[in-house]
Design a protein around this ligand. Structure first.
Ligand SMILES: Nc1ncnc2c1ncn2[C@@H]1O[C@H](COP(=O)(O)OP(=O)(O)O)[C@@H](O)[C@H]1O
Ligand SMILES: [Mg+2]
Length: 253
């Protein structure tokens, strides 16, 4: 076959293969500027006895991939509730959370768990480390849950957060700042796209807190993550790309 005919035939074959994949795929290719997290009119209500607390009263927001977003607000404003709802940890009473366009709370339980384990990493104010596991084992935990054992990667991550010489320490043998570094390393274990951090410096003195926040931000930049930080300290929010404020369960922006 002459070269130009062969080329034409290849192009038409490639086109038909591509069209076949597109038509037969149950998933449309993602829109280019689709937000990685979308909250649509989210409500969260707690009922204790006869009293009813409306914590989130119709919150909508979008987070773009790669964005560093700080969510601020006074104590009791509903920040943790919103973070947990966006992070797949607490189902809203009403409204939707979409992760890359897919409705998080409409996924079946195992898909939702896989989404949390593989696509999301978590850093909490109180570190949430298991006290009977070493730093290295704590970091490895998200991989173990997913059926892998990557103590070597856990060690490398601990090295990256400056704790290469603390691999076998138990959490009570570490300072608060060191424990939070372990938690940050753990949040990165499965190389997730999104990191959620709830008051990550809330238990630390200001110097250690600033160091931990700098570390978190530089890792997020270095590894191209999306970051959502909840804090009551709006001065911290200056280091993000965008700041949102929650007031009485509503977004004040
Ligand atoms: N599990 C719960 N049961 C009952 N009330 C809750 C629960 N979680 C949070 N709240 C209430 O919701 C409000 C907002 O809490 P939270 O989201 O933790 O606020 P923030 O993180 O901004 O301090 C508070 O008044 C709190 O007491
Ligand atoms: Mg809170």
């Amino acid at each position: 076959m002459p070269a130009d005919k062969a080329e034409k035939s290849f192009v038409s074959h490639a086109f038909s293969v591509y069209r076949y994949i597109l038509v037969n795929s149950d998933k449309q290719p993602p829109e280019q500027d689709q937000a990685i997290i979308v909250a649509e009119d989210v409500y969260r209500t707690f009922e204790i006895g006869s009293s009813r607390i409306e914590v989130l009263r119709g919150v909508s927001l979008e987070v773009q991939a790669g964005e560093k977003l700080f969510l601020c607000g006074a104590s009791g404003a509903g920040k943790t509730s919103l973070l947990y709802t966006l992070a797949g940890l607490e189902k809203p009473n009403q409204g939707k959370v979409l992760i890359s366009g897919e409705s998080l709370y409409e996924m079946n339980r195992s898909r939702q768990a896989r989404c949390r384990n593989r696509r999301m990493g978590y850093v909490f104010q109180s570190y949430a480390l298991l006290p009977e596991l070493t730093a290295c084992e704590n970091v490895c935990l998200p991989a173990m849950i997913g059926g892998k054992n990557s103590l070597q990667r856990a060690g490398e991550l601990l090295d990256r957060v400056g704790l290469g010489d603390r691999l076998h320490h138990l959490p009570p043998e570490l300072s608060g700042g060191e424990q939070q570094r372990v938690a940050i390393a753990r949040s990165l274990m499965n190389d997730p796209e999104i990191l959620f951090a709830d008051e990550p410096t809330g238990n630390l003195d200001s110097k250690t807190g600033a160091e931990v926040m700098d570390l978190l931000l530089s890792l997020v930049d270095e590894q191209n993550k999306t970051l959502l930080v909840v804090t009551h300290d709006s001065s911290l929010a200056q280091s993000g790309d965008r700041k949102l404020e929650l007031v009485d369960g509503l977004m004040n922006n």
